[in-house]
Ligand binder design. Structure first.
Ligand code: ATP
Ligand code: MG
Length: 389
């Protein structure tokens, strides 16, 4: 017996002429997500089948695929010869797993017969298999309208596929089909969620993190790498740039008005992020900001931050409450890591009384008074790079 993933895809149905391109991208993402397994991905009649999966890694593989953007749902299936006894046997194996822990469960059988030479018609398969399963599992009853689960039977040219589970996928579009953007990732709750949302739209993500060693610790850095890893489990490989930011932060801290330090720091982060973005082909910046969440996220502050760069800045969380962001962070699995108590460089030098309505002219003047050009160059020259997957 061999396992097969039966993949139904999401929005990419809609993409008329681009459809083959989206399908190819999705197939590539599926292969990458299942590495190191060497799978064979086949597209057929609006669905994708993934072959070459050992039965013992069936569940794990299905779970990995539920994180691949562009997938509507996944059914882990068993592939057997088109032999009735083998088909019944396989469906029993799947049902036994499916009903574990249930005291009662309702089901129905849905059959598709692509190979019309197969002796039984779809209706006969449903009725006969349904009867056999009822006999074998006393906890089962049939419900054709709202079953707890259904048993799928697909009789194809070469083999028959059986499944008893349909796992909901992440939706969205395959990563890489909508360009490339640079995420400013902190160790906080918001930025990984922001990155996830943009990746879901098919955008390849790179990430940049600013650290202020020795004011921020090695473990704060590891935490960011870990968050990037979680993001990469959805977005595929993420190129991560780790930028030493201490010199710039100290300069701002020592030489600029205290009330302006946060906005100035954010402008410098944006400028460096933009420079790195341009060298690696990223077409936009992403941040985890939301209006009014903190002093640096008033409309005036966001305007002053935007003013430092020309690339578009995506802020997918702009209208979200913290609570909504937390719910998303929990759903994608980044929350527990985000709340580990390691300081971020933003928290190390926070002014007591930040300006909440900075005047652009004042901020520009403060920035111009210090010449950051050389410091920016040095920070970029000392940036560490790693590919996280
Ligand atoms: P988060 O939870 O993402 O840290 P936050 O609510 O703490 O967000 P800020 O600290 O003001 O908000 O940061 C706003 C945004 O600036 C972050 O979402 C992130 O995109 C970016 N940012 C903040 N600190 C860093 C950093 N050290 N490196 C890279 N980007 C950062
Ligand atoms: Mg933060």
């Amino acid at each position: 017996m061999e396992a097969v993933m039966l993949v139904r895809y999401a929005e990419i149905h809609l993409k008329g002429l681009n459809r083959p391109y989206f399908e190819r991208s999705l197939m590539k993402r599926i292969s990458l997500a299942l590495r190191p397994l060497r799978v064979k991905v086949v597209r057929e009649q609006g669905r994708v089948f993934v072959f070459g999966i050992p039965v013992e890694s069936m569940d794990e593989s299905a779970d990995k695929l539920t994180r691949v953007f562009g997938i509507h749902s996944v059914s882990p299936a068993l592939a057997v010869e088109k032999d009735w006894d083998q088909m019944v046997e396989a469906s029993k194996v799947l049902v036994a797993r499916r009903i574990q822990g249930f005291e009662q469960a309702s089901f129905k059988v849905i059959a598709r017969r692509a190979d019309k030479r197969f002796a039984m018609r779809s209706q006969d398969i449903c009725r006969t298999l349904g009867g056999l399963l009822l006999e074998a599992f006393p906890v089962l009853r049939v419900d054709v309208h709202q079953p707890d689960f259904y048993v799928g039977v697909e009789v194809r040219q070469e083999q028959a596929f059986l499944f008893a589970e349909e796992k909901l996928g992440a939706g969205g579009m395959p990563v890489g089909t909508n360009g490339h953007a640079m995420l400013l990732i902190s160790g906080g709750i918001d930025s990984p969620v922001a990155g996830h949302m943009i990746a879901k739209r098919g955008v390849r993500i790179s990430a940049v993190h600013f650290y202020s060693y020795p004011y921020t610790s090695e473990r704060a850095r590891e935490k960011v790498v870990e968050l990037t890893k979680i993001l990469a489990s959805y977005a595929g490989e993420v190129d991560l740039y780790l930028v030493p930011f201490t010199e710039i932060q100290l300069a701002i801290h020592e030489k600029c008005p205290k009330s302006e330090t946060t906005v100035l720091m954010r402008r410098l982060m944006m400028q460096i992020a933009e420079k790195i973005a341009l060298t690696c082909g990223a077409q936009a910046l992403i941040t985890g900001e939301s209006i009014g969440q903190v002093a640096s996220q008033t409309i005036e502050s966001l305007t002053a931050t935007n003013d430092a760069v020309t690339l578009p800045v995506f802020r997918p969380l702009i209208g979200f409450d913290k609570e909504e962001i937390v719910t998303r962070a929990k759903a994608i699995g980044s929350f527990e890591t985000s709340i580990l108590p390691f300081e971020d460089c933003c928290t190390v030098f926070v002014p007591q009384h930040p300006v909440t309505r900075p005047k652009l002219a004042d901020i520009r003047a403060s920035e111009a008074r210090l010449d950051f050009t050389q410091m920016i160059e040095t920070a970029i020259a000392n940036t560490e790079f790693m590919t996280v997957e």
